[in-house]
Design a protein around this ligand. Structure first.
Ligand code: ZN
Length: 222
């Protein structure tokens, strides 16, 4: 059924969204990716998203969301400090509702290109305190988008209930393990693949990878 339809994947070029992209390619007749560009993001991330899409033969659209820079706490309250992300630190410019905004823009684009399926790598299992990554929010937004645009969107969240180790397992199930491991960018220091090994994103990714690899070595499903 889904094989006849088209999907848009919200795509950052990271481990999670690349796993979602492989999942979508297997599920749908046609897939496109949409990548959001905004102030604090390494331009390397955009390049990574573009090159992965190209390599997999997928059309990628980059949407400029740099207006988010005007809504960060720092930009609103402190005009005297640089909003750029410091090397190796978590972004201090998080915008409330960012995922909500991204999914809504992705939906507008999806309808334009004739896709009613949206795929996002949000995850409730380690949602890091972002309420708009939770399952109940995504379901609520799905209803809202359908009403807003009079269109039958279906938002897919293949990673919603997986932990990091299970996400590696899914990539492996999709025959994408090596690609995801070698080509995706998770590291805050902009090091593709296994990363710098020092930043919080690398540590989280490695912990999941190690747990998956030891389970795989023992033949255990997570
Ligand atoms: Zn790193």
């Amino acid at each position: 059924m889904l094989k006849d339809e088209k999907a848009v994947v919200v795509f950052s070029g990271g481990q999670d969204s690349t796993t979602c992209l492989y999942w979508a390619i297997q599920q749908f007749r046609e897939v496109e990716t949409v990548t959001f560009m905004y102030g604090q993001r390494h331009s390397l991330e955009i390049e990574c998203a573009k090159s992965i899409s190209k390599e997999l033969g997928i059309k990628n659209t980059v949407l400029d969301m740099s207006l988010l820079g005007q809504l960060t706490e720092n930009a609103l309250t402190r005009s005297d400090i640089d909003i750029a992300q410091e090397e190796g630190s978590l972004p201090n410019t998080f915008v409330d509702g960012r995922n909500h905004l991204f999914l809504s823009f992705a939906a507008v684009m999806a309808k334009q290109v004739g896709a009613r399926h949206l795929v996002t790598g949000v995850c409730e299992t380690d949602f890091s305190g972002y309420p708009d990554c939770r399952d109940t929010f995504v379901k609520s937004l799905n209803v809202t988008l359908n009403l807003a645009m009079d269109y039958q969107f279906v938002i897919h969240t293949p990673l919603m209930w997986l932990d990091k180790a299970q996400t590696w397992q899914l990539a492996d199930d999709l025959n994408a393990f090596d690609f995801v491991r070698e080509r995706t960018l998770t590291c805050y220091n902009g090091v593709i693949g296994d990363g710098c090994g020092e930043c919080p994103a690398c540590k989280l990714r490695k912990a999941g990878l190690d747990r998956y690899l030891s389970a795989r070595a023992e033949g255990v499903r997570l």
